[in-house]
Ligand binder design. Sequence first.
Ligand code: PGA
Length: 250
Amino acid sequence: MKSLIIANWKCNPVTLVEAGNLFNTIRRGIKGIKKAEVVVCPPFIFLESLVRLSSKTISLGAQDCFWENKGAFTGEVSPAMIKKIGVNYVILGHSERRKYFSETDEVVNKKIKKSLKEKLKPILCIGETIEEKKQGDKIKVIREELKRGLKGISQKEIKNIIIAYEPIWAIGTGENCSIEETMSSVLLIRKMISKIYSRQIAAKTRILYGGSVTSRNAGDYIKTIGVNGLLVGGASLKPNEFLNIVKSGQ
Ligand code: PGA
């Protein structure tokens, strides 16, 4: 299986020129790389322009979407709109959405369901805060976020979902999660999926790690059994750094 490296640009950059330059530099740099699949998730406003620059080796994802396809929902962007312009992935339940926009597991679940109906591949983000970790609630948080996020999702549909384990304390802090801890969380996620669905499905589910990934630590995660790729925030805005992350699995 190729490792899946996802760039989450968050609310960056400001202009289409900058976005186009960044995307083109990454696209050129990954030519010839066989062991990785790259997905870039820019702000909504740049998606349609960047889709035109995408290729087989680099595709696009949205950072969020709404749970209905159209209607009186001011400010929202729907899964159908995203799919129709040629985008195939969508990040859902990112901790910044949960924190700043009060997204609950129930909201995330509705968004996942609608995205799947539109044939988008959701990247479901889960992970504990530092307080939850200190209180010994990590396992409980991972279980609950998975159970609620995947509620009502069929055996067939789960095959199109990617899970990203992103401990919130590791996001944007420079404090990445240790390999041992990542391995145990990823194993827990796989066990949960096995319990809800089946062992075969759990074995095939792609589980990524995210949180302060850099070119210095990326290789360690990619080489870790059970980790199928990375969700990269800050480092994905620096083209050389991001390219080194992508290359670290070669
Ligand atoms: P980071 O962000 O790589 O800047 O820690 C990861 C993410 O939020 O997906």
